[in-house]
Design a protein around this ligand. Structure first.
Ligand code: C6P
Length: 408
């Protein structure tokens, strides 16, 4: 099936809305969260209308139906990332919770004072703060792969950090600020050679690239449904069976146990061991529908479209005097353009763009150390997804010229 962006836009009801009277939405904030196709909204709606019940608990028709839908979605998600088994996909609330799960269970069992964890300077706070917390609690050591001026990871510096014998390497597959797509397969291979366990923050990659956990060889991968056309409130942690089985549970409560006595309990097997309490059931159905939707279009086609978008966006943005885009050239990045503009505060840029219905994000995008590295506190960020168009980029550029007028 050929990729037709106008056809795809029809799948997303929100893209038709006016945000101000007579002003159509230009949604350029998909890195924060993607919009949802009708099919996902409808799948969740149908669940509540027809199949709503709690899972793994009842023997009645609805309970069995809901349980089957929850587990079928897990199978779809596993297939989407090419996990060898659906048992290796743990439902969480989001990427943040997935990384915290690894930090609270695997890391607190396996790391002791002085052990080295390697992160990068381009991490989202979700892949920094859990390790800061562990560092203050346990005295683990944190080192960071530096980011070059171009916005790439310095792999020579990484190789020399590896000679210090890290226990864990945890990094973003794609930066939410620079858009940089990191060479994950190589980083993981080198980490394994050095004897380290690997965690991939897939928040920005699983939604935009074809991600194959077996090809990558990664031990854990975290991602969120809401960035990939699915609902908020649900995400996943992929983990290799042997690692997940060796880890203690994360949260305690219903559904994660085999047996409970007054003074003890035995946890059940994966994946339920990590899914205490009533989970996000309707959301799992939406997550499964989102994966079906992306699969039906094809991740290769989506990546190719986004590549075309970022190429065009960089070309147009870089012609604006006083505008500086951060990050590498289009061939090394996904559909993210973070920029500063001529002494105008990024929030002011975003606010003026909003008057024309253009939704962008301004701030540090939960990556304060990365902004500090570039000597700035904030950027304005435009980001693209499968439904973005070149006309929207043109509107963004027109909007920025208006900003110039307002600020003289
Ligand atoms: N970045 C952005 O606007 P959650 O919030 O848990 O779904 O995802 C966290 C997260 C982790 N890693 C990366 C690389 C991310 O981009 C994000 C989310 C959004 O950039 C919201 S701050």
């Amino acid at each position: 099936m050929s990729f037709n962006v106008q056809q795809i836009r029809k799948d997303f009801p929100i893209l038709d809305r006016e945000v101000w009277p007579g002003v159509k939405l230009v949604y350029l904030d998909s890195t924060a969260t993607s919009q949802k196709p009708e099919l996902v909204i409808e799948a969740m709606n149908a669940f509540y209308r027809l199949s709503n019940a709690n899972i793994h608990r009842g023997v009645h028709v609805l309970a069995e139906e809901a349980t089957a839908m929850y587990e079928q979605a897990r199978v779809k998600i596993a297939k989407f990332i090419n996990a060898p088994s659906a048992r290796e996909v743990i439902y969480t609330r989001n990427t943040t919770e997935s990384i915290n799960l690894v930090a609270y269970t695997w890391a607190r069992t396996n790391l002791k004072a002085g052990d080295l964890v390697i992160l990068t300077e381009m991490e989202h706070h979700s892949n920094l703060v859990p390790w800061h917390m562990l560092a203050s609690e346990r005295g683990i050591r944190l080192e960071f792969i530096p980011v070059t001026g171009e916005g790439l990871l310095d792999l020579d510096a990484y190789r020399s950090l590896l000679s210090q014998g890290p226990k864990l390497v945890s990094f973003a597959h794609m930066s939410n600020v620079l858009g940089t797509i990191n060479p994950a397969e190589e980083i993981i291979r080198l980490a394994h050679q050095a004897g380290a366990v690997t965690v991939l923050d897939g928040a920005q990659s699983v939604s935009h690239l074809k991600v194959d956990v077996q090809k990558l060889g990664v031990d854990f991968m975290a991602f969120s449904a809401h960035k990939m056309c699915g609902p908020t409130g649900i995400g996943a942690l992929y983990g290799k069976t042997a690692l997940l089985e060796s880890m203690p549970p994360f949260l305690g409560g219903g559904d994660m146990i085999k047996e409970v006595k007054l003074r003890s309990f035995r946890p059940t097997t994966i994946p339920s061991k990590f899914e205490a309490g009533t989970p996000a059931i309707a959301e799992s159905v939406g997550f499964g529908a989102a994966v079906d939707y992306l699969t039906s279009i094809g991740m290769d086609q989506i990546s190719a479209h986004e590549h075309e978008m970022i190429e065009y966006a960089l070309e147009r943005l870089e012609e604006i005097p006083g505008l500086k885009v951060f990050g590498p050239s289009a061939d090394k990045k996904g559909g993210v353009a973070s920029f500063t503009f001529d002494g105008v505060h990024p929030h002011d840029v975003a606010q003026i763009l909003d008057r024309d219905g253009i939704a962008v994000r301004a701030g540090h995008h939960c990556a304060q150390p990365l902004h500090e590295k570039f000597g700035i506190t904030a950027t304005t960020r435009a980001s693209f997804y499968l439904y973005s168009t070149k006309e929207e980029v043109d509107k963004l550029v027109e909007g920025i010229y208006k900003v110039k007028k307002v600020f003289g």
